[in-house]
Ligand binder design. Structure first.
Ligand code: ADP
Ligand code: MG
Length: 476
């Protein structure tokens, strides 16, 4: 007879199985082992931190539902994670994590007019009076300072953020505007500041909100005649974080209402943190008076991280997930995706998922296949020079010799191969390719392409050269 926690988990699994694809079930739920049931808390063991995050990200809604169904309204789930310290010391240790560990980021209830509904702020009936509501800070607990890698690319923004977190409203950085391109860490840093504040000043009411959500709430409030409540609600915050304010562009009324909220908060020494994809001077469609307010504090930018920082970010992410990847794989990832951290992390996640799904070890080859898929959309065009370099490296020739007029057999062959790939992989004309390869004319290039095609069909060794080179070229 199985124990109660096993029965309960079995019952949960039954429901889950009916609700997700079989492959996903096998990958993410079959490896889970129920550990114990204490009161309303069911503890399950998952193989890694990555696993835990994946479940929380993709299946939390479903998990909450089944737990509630099986354990009642107060039912809770806790994860026990086996952490492999490293490859040599394999003694596992476990960490226990509750579902959505956001508890420390909770705000104390704030007093708002009676008709304000914490998230929705829409109630058409204006009833005088006040009530206490809970304001969810909306902070993402994994976007902490601890998880934010410092590098030259983000030093100013990070230090300013850190200063703000230690003294919200009490520094010259008010507002603090963090700007930078997509996926460079604006949202992460903005959250980190909020988390830092919540940790040190638990009584402060912190609210993180995306600018689009803010704008929608505002429009709803107009529809429902509750604009005053909307304004009042935001004016209650001690720390207001608005992400991606560039979306306010062209929305005059939203800017107007934000202007009033901004002034109120600023005058009362409350902290405002904003992020944007561009600096204030480049924001189009934004009212001048608002832009000038943005410049009151500090605008700090986030740049693309250099290779070392990218590697450090990947390593941190892996460490946090209890994963170890071969160094060459990490370097390859960091090297290949060099502008957008989100994309780089996405590639890492896909790689891990791919490896878990197929139960394959993560090798450089698997990484290369993955990355190819990732960067295909942004396909970098191969240049004739690059092809020449790869071909020369392969045959151990000086590039100058390839470009010369020499008719030595091995040089002629390498030159023809370089021409062949230039025709195949670039948009250059035959004449242009010829010009790059020892001043040949277009007929010579055409002849080279034919020769290479013929040889590849008759000469096995030659065919191997081509396949090797093709691989190298497609992986640049
Ligand atoms: P943005 O808001 O600028 O588009 P995000 O804040 O969403 O970018 O960052 C994209 C991803 O990159 C997130 O997963 C974030 O955790 C990660 N990231 C960005 N910068 C860093 C950093 N310095 N250290 C660690 N992770 C980072
Ligand atoms: Mg963002």
């Amino acid at each position: 007879m199985s124990q109660l926690h096993e029965q309960k988990w079995e019952a949960c699994l039954k429901v889950i199985k009916d609700n997700i694809p079989l492959q996903a079930f096998k990958t993410w739920f079959s490896p889970i082992v129920p550990v114990k049931l204490e009161g309303d808390i069911l503890t399950i063991q998952v193989p890694s931190h990555f696993f835990y995050e994946w479940l929380e990200e993709h299946y939390i809604g479903l998990l909450k539902k089944v737990i509630k169904k099986e354990l009642g309204a107060n039912g809770r789930l806790e994860y026990s994670i086996i952490m492999e310290k490293n490859a040599t010391n394999s003694t596992p240790y476990t960490v226990n994590l509750p579902t959505s560990g956001k508890s420390s980021l909770k705000n104390a209830p704030v007093t708002v007019p009676l008709n304000v509904n914490e998230n929705e702020i829409r109630n058409p009936f204006v009833i005088p009076g006040l009530k206490k509501v809970n304001v969810d800070s909306n902070l993402n607990p994994s976007y902490s300072f601890e998880n934010f890698v410092e590098g030259d690319c983000n030093r100013l923004a990070r230090s300013a953020g850190y200063a703000v977190a230690n003294k919200p409203g009490g520094t010259a950085f008010n507002p603090l505007l963090i700007y930078g391109g997509v996926g460079l860490g604006k949202t992460h840093l903005a959250n980190a500041i909020g988390i830092g504040i919540k940790n040190q000043f638990p009584n402060k009411t912190v609210l993180y909100v995306g600018s689009e959500k803010f704008a929608h709430q505002f429009i709803d409030s107009i529809k429902n005649n509750t604009t005053n409540d909307f304004i009042h609600f935001y004016q209650m915050m001690d720390v207001l974080i608005i992400d991606d304010v560039q979306f306010f562009s062209g929305k005059e009324k939203t800017q107007d209402v934000f202007f009033h909220i901004f002034n109120h908060l600023h005058q009362n020494g409350k902290q405002i943190i904003l992020t944007s994809d561009k600096p204030p001077v480049e924001m189009q469609g934004m009212e001048q008076r608002l832009l000038s307010r943005f410049k009151w504090g500090l605008s700090a930018d986030l740049q693309s991280p250099d290779l070392e920082t990218r590697i450090a970010i990947l390593e941190k992410k892996m460490y946090g997930n209890g994963i170890d990847l071969p160094k060459e794989v990490v370097e390859y990832l960091a090297y290949s995706i060099n502008t957008n951290i989100r994309e780089m992390e996405g590639a890492l996640t896909s790689l891990l998922a791919q490896a878990s799904l197929n139960k394959k070890a993560i090798t450089l080859d698997l990484a290369k296949q993955m990355i190819d898929k990732f960067v295909k959309n942004t396909a970098r065009e191969v240049s004739i020079e690059y092809i020449q370099k790869v071909v020369c490296d392969y045959f151990d020739l000086e590039i100058e010799i390839l470009k010369s007029k020499t008719r030595k057999r091995e040089v002629v062959q390498a030159r023809q191969i370089a021409m062949y790939f230039s025709k195949k992989l670039t948009k250059s004309s035959l004449a242009n390719i010829g010009a790059h390869c020892g001043g040949k004319d277009h007929a010579t290039v055409l002849h080279a392409c034919r020769t290479v095609n013929n040889l590849s069909e008759t000469d096995k060794q030659f065919k191997t050269y081509l396949t090797d080179l093709e691989k190298k070229l497609s992986m640049q």
